[in-house]
Design a protein around this ligand. Structure first.
Ligand SMILES: Nc1ncnc2c1ncn2[C@@H]1O[C@H](COP(=O)(O)OP(=O)(O)OP(=O)(O)O)[C@@H](O)[C@H]1O
Ligand SMILES: [Mg+2]
Length: 271
């Protein structure tokens, strides 16, 4: 059975976003097992915010899965190195071939550091040309099986999908309401705390492609770039977070000294 009822609110375990100033406003973090949409336009640091969670959780010894559908693992890791994350503190595993999955997972048995397993789906896709991409279901099934296998073999409590929008390009959904319902149920059954990155239009008119995701998800965190005269301010807000008394105010999001910070009373774009 996927979910269970707690007898006391303090029994709800939470995963920190590791964003100073934000965790304090969501009772310490995202409830374990929740599925959160991380929505934002291009370049708003969606991937970085998600990577940041997995990185800090790996430093604390937790294993995680990061499925990158479009951005190569090299590009992602180089970006994070440029942000000064010390990769020596975690065990970074990059999967570029599905055939090596089994052996790479077996190697984790002797690992003392927390592992972040990045699956470079872009490279895998280029290599497996025989998976018929016209068949809507095939790539979705490949991704589901990879997540399940890593989750079972490496005991990963955390998962990032980068991005839902790229998944829609790969697997055209005939009936999004039904298909998305089953994807969310699949994740809930695994009890894996998930962050699904969702590309938002520039005008911020919606958080997700079909808008059903907003209702299926337990939480929505949005990031946007807001012009203020000639300056652009990066802002973060928690739109919803089930089982959490959260502050829905808009904070400015900054990355300083290797740390994400949500600042209250940052520049108000309307002033
Ligand atoms: N210290 C830093 N090093 C590198 N990039 C930084 C740094 N601080 C801020 N950035 C910004 O991070 C942005 C990219 O972050 P990221 O890839 O996480 O965004 P994204 O929302 O996932 O983008 P995309 O829509 O391309 O997937 C760049 O636009 C870059 O300017
Ligand atoms: Mg990204």
């Amino acid at each position: 059975m996927a979910e269970s009822v707690v007898s006391d609110k303090h029994q709800i375990n939470r995963i920190k976003m590791h964003v100073q100033g934000l965790d304090e406003n969501i009772q310490g973090g995202v409830p374990e097992g929740n599925i959160t949409l991380v929505s934002g336009a291009a370049g708003t640091m969606k991937s970085s915010v998600c990577f940041n969670v997995l990185y800090h959780e790996a430093v604390a010894g937790k294993n995680s899965i990061y499925i990158s559908l479009e951005q190569s693992a090299e590009s992602l890791v180089n970006h994070m190195m440029n942000m000064d994350y010390d990769m020596r503190r975690i065990n970074l595993v990059i999967i570029k071939e599905l055939a090596e999955l089994k052996t790479r997972m077996a190697e984790l048995q002797d690992q003392t550091l927390g592992s972040m397993i990045i699956v470079d789906m872009g490279t895998i896709r280029k290599e497996i040309r025989d998976v018929n991409t016209d068949n809507n279901k095939s790539w979705l099934n490949v991704i589901k099986n990879v997540v399940k296998k890593i989750h079972t073999d490496a005991g990963c409590p955390l998962f990032v999908l980068d991005s839902l929008s790229a998944l829609y390009v790969l697997s055209r959904f005939e009936n999004p309401r039904i298909e998305l319902f089953y994807i969310f149920e699949y994740l809930r059954d695994m009890r894996i705390t998930s962050f699904l990155i969702s590309e938002m239009p520039l005008d911020g008119s919606k958080y997700s492609e079909y808008e059903i995701e907003d209702f299926l998800a337990d939480g929505i965190i949005t990031i946007r770039l807001t012009p203020f005269r000639r300056q652009v301010v990066r802002e973060i807000a928690v739109v919803k977070m089930r089982a959490t008394a959260c502050n829905n105010d808009i904070f400015s999001l900054e990355f300083r000294n290797g740390q994400f910070q949500a600042l209250y009373g940052g520049q108000n774009p309307l002033l």
